[in-house]
Design a protein around this ligand. Sequence first.
Ligand SMILES: C[S@@+](CC[C@H](N)C(=O)[O-])C[C@H]1O[C@@H](n2cnc3c(N)ncnc32)[C@H](O)[C@@H]1O
Length: 283
Amino acid sequence: MSDTGEEWQVARRRKGTARKPKTLKVCSNSTCSQEPLDVRKTVQRIKDTVSELKCEEFWQEWKEQMLAALSKPPDQLTGSTDGTLSQQLECVCYGLGSFSSCVSARYQLAMLLLLLDAGQIPLKDCSIYDPAFSSGEEDVLRELGVTVLTENEEGKRLATKPTLFYLMHCGNALYNNLLWKNWSTQCLPLVIIIGNSFIGMSERTIEREFKRDYSYITQAVSVCEERQLPCPSRLIDVFSDTAVITFPTSGLNGLPQSTWAEPPEPQYQHCPDLEIIRNETRS
Ligand SMILES: C[S@@+](CC[C@H](N)C(=O)[O-])C[C@H]1O[C@@H](n2cnc3c(N)ncnc32)[C@H](O)[C@@H]1O
């Protein structure tokens, strides 16, 4: 544990082996501090992380890949032929994690702020929700200017205009729910996801179970376009396995018409360990 109260996973060196670089450790609830948060200090720390990421080479590639996804193809999304954005985008971020105690989540938040800036998305048009946020973290987010959601939507957010969904290392059900809610040839082209690669997800799970439990991701894998995003080894736990995922109309039109008729809401009755927190007040 560092003196800032954040966890680092330091590779222990065996005799004769080369020194390995530090890698950032994924969040764990046990590291969450219960002490009141110093909002000003936390905001400053996030801004420092933004400045740090801005100097990283891989950030330039993230930016280029995102802008390419947002501006192409011009007839479906927001872009004009010169690559500039012609329509205001909005953003929804789920599952960021506790960024005051978890260094991975803080880096992901800093990356989100950079992406909003690059995509010319006003901070207030970025809605953010994680049931793990403390009230102090919500204050920090409001101070930064983003909109903190109070309802657990379980990822079921309808895109009524082009929307960037930022879901870093979230449970599969969050992506599956998002796809279900937007399951039409009109809505899916409005959805741009920066999150776990669907291809990676399907490869890591037993095929039969993946098809049964995450049917919308299963169908989307073959028709979505994934642009893999680079990740330096030092930040492997923060930005690994991430892609920009879009849904070009041409691919969607290739799916059988029956796919779109009354898509059933996912129930997950075979998933005792769903990895997302349900909204208990929803029926
Ligand atoms: C595996 S953690 C990832 C945290 C962080 N992004 C990272 O990469 O370390 C998944 C996150 O999803 C959040 N989560 C669970 N259910 C959610 C829901 N219904 N809506 C939004 N976020 C949710 C959890 O609280 C947790 O912070």
